[in-house]
Design a protein around this ligand. Structure first.
Ligand code: NAP
Length: 295
């Protein structure tokens, strides 16, 4: 049985990855933050020595987008140096790394979804730290699959649907950004895609490595995403109907970190190379709203 070393197994995506990889027949060595600090190269080295993996998945990251503006060094230590530490160990052992990155490596506006050939340019410290992580992974010499994704949500980390449900329960008017385009992505579907890539890599399929995009479909705005969440929450009896979701401009919500206006990701490469299709994000809202994290 092939063994996957999973960094960040305590996070939203990490928890979904553990389940998807086990269901795909892998043995999974879980490395939550408490077991391994990826910014500590000695910690990472001893983790690899102790687990002897056949492939590694890095779902660990510093993910506080606004916090990174104040904690730039910490964000870079985890997202850049940490990714580099993992990639170096993979290179030393001649094993592949599946590394998760973000739409925030891109700026905007654009008239089309971002594809893998585009030269990234990040607008905020979090995006810059993730972009530097991608560079360290790519230059490490290991076979690498850098999966950029957008707007993750799942039962374990309800993200935007969870935030909207909390607002719906408070009642009143809920203004939501209507001028930024996104591709909401269910973490469970991404975890299944990661398992497919790991299986292909370990079966010797020799697929081209490098950057790939994976995100949900269809693309939408935060406002339309919120309307869908509200509709499902009402249908599930999780809130009453006494709330108005109102379209608003991003400029009305000043935040420390600048976000891209257009985060749409073109996912044709992953479909062509691995046969992985974009999931319909609407299909995953119910399980997220009913998830354990929302009580
Ligand atoms: N969430 C999104 O909308 C989104 C969008 C695009 C891309 N991504 C990317 O997707 C990946 C997974 O994100 P997620 O939503 O699952 O985030 P998450 O729930 O915040 O999980 C991240 C995990 O990384 C751990 N971690 C933080 N610092 C660490 C360190 N120094 N060493 C080891 N582990 C550390 C965290 O542990 P602690 O909580 O204990 O610190 C947490 O368990 C990340 O690469 C992220 O950049 C996320």
């Amino acid at each position: 049985m092939k063994r996957v070393l999973l960094m960040g197994s305590g996070g939203g995506l990490g928890r979904e990855c553990e389940q998807a990889l086990l269901s795909s027949g892998f043995s999974v060595a879980c490395a939550p933050h408490e077991i391994c600090d990826i910014s500590d190269s000695a910690d990472v080295k001893s983790l690899f020595e102790g687990t002897a993996p056949d492939i590694a998945v890095n779902a660990a990251a510093y993910t506080d987008v606004d916090g990174a503006e104040d904690e730039r060094d910490k964000a870079f230590a985890v997202n850049a140096a940490g990714a580099g530490n993992i990639a170096s160990e993979c290179a030393a052992r001649s094993i592949a790394l599946i590394h998760i990155s973000t739409d925030y490596v891109f700026s905007s506006p654009r008239n089309a979804p971002h594809n893998e050939a585009e030269i990234p340019h990040a607008l905020c410290a979090y995006g810059e730290s993730k972009l530097e992580g991608e560079r360290q992974v790519a230059s490490s010499g290991c076979r690498h699959f850098i999966i950029r994704t957008c707007g993750l949500f799942c039962r374990y980390r309800p993200g935007f649907p969870g935030a909207i449900l909390r607002k719906l329960r408070q009642g009143g008017v809920v203004p939501v950004v209507a001028d930024h385009r996104i591709c909401p992505t269910p973490s469970r579907a991404l975890a299944q895609a990661i398992a497919v890539i790991a299986r292909a890599e370990l079966s010797g399929a020799e697929k081209p490595d490098g950057a790939y995009h994976f995100a949900g479909a269809p693309d939408t705005t935060w406002y339309d995403f919120a309307l869908e969440v509200a509709s499902r929450a009402r249908a599930l009896g999780l809130c009453d109907g006494n709330v108005e979701i109102r379209p608003a401009a991003a400029a009305d919500f000043p935040q420390k970190a600048v976000r891209p206006e257009d985060s749409r990701l073109s996912c044709s490469r992953i479909q062509k190379v691995f046969g992985i299709c974009q999931p319909s994000w609407k299909d995953y809202i119910d399980e997220t709203l009913q998830g354990t994290s929302l009580g």
